[in-house]
Design a protein around this ligand. Sequence first.
Ligand code: A3P
Length: 298
Amino acid sequence: MSGQFSHVLPGEHIYEGVLFFGWTPADTLNAVKDFQIFADDAMLITYPKAGTTWLQEVVWLIMNDGDIAGAKQKQVYFRSPFIEFKDEILNEIGLDLAAQTPRPRVMKTHLPVRLAPTQLWTEKAKMLVLFRNPKDVCVSYYHFYKSSSSFGNYKGSWEEFLEMFKSGHVDHGSWFDFTKSWWDKSDNPNLKIIFYEDMKRDLEESVRDISKFLNKSLAPETIKQIAEHCSFDSMKTNPMTNHLDVYSINAKVSPLLRKGTVGDWKTHFTVMQNDAFDEFYKEAMKAYDIPFQYELDF
Ligand code: A3P
């Protein structure tokens, strides 16, 4: 699988056919499958760069009745643990943090269904699956690969990265496999599919909709405050969400909150790359009719 690409992720390994960087070791992945889930958990399920951090802040605030003062006291990645992540330098050990987090918990994973905690299904936790169109995901991932030492500060070309992305030779594996695996579960009443582009179009409406799914009834004013607090500009300047404190991300190369738009793919894909991607998508996603949005018309 890796033969055709030269970039090597620090500590990279293959687990059940999926490529991972060293911060998601095999023993953690084994433990994640059996990780204890409770019915009042909210699990955020995203492919990397789909807007995970954004959804973490939104859902944490909904679950905590709009406690903005509380959200300003701790980094988002400590309030809603990334279960399969283990970074001893940051002291961010996802499974330990999740076990210590007071319930109801908000947690995140980037795993496809077959590697996710099995108790998600038996305990009937709430699952929020965030999708973003794959072209913008790929662009965002490319910049993150360049800026982050955890990804080996990628020095290759955009063209090569695009091929890595298409073939699933990136951390956490194929976007296509991840997306199909969760879409197959979309009939489950405890699972909600959310689109990044819908959050971009009307964040207040998304906050209201997600609150309803989580059985949280919030005052209109609280919903408004959450949406304001979670705007791109607000999260970019908020030290609890902007990740400027994270040693592995060189924000001068590219910050985590980079552009936060729909359609930045147009500044990266050539016409030929775009046509080839569309062909590839058609084949890889045949029988899947997922309403991805590649631009916003407003
Ligand atoms: P871009 O690189 O396109 O700017 P993740 O949290 O899954 O790593 O995703 C990061 C992407 O989500 C980045 O996309 C980032 O800018 C975007 N993002 C984070 N917070 C956001 C917000 N409040 N509004 C819009 N986009 C946001």
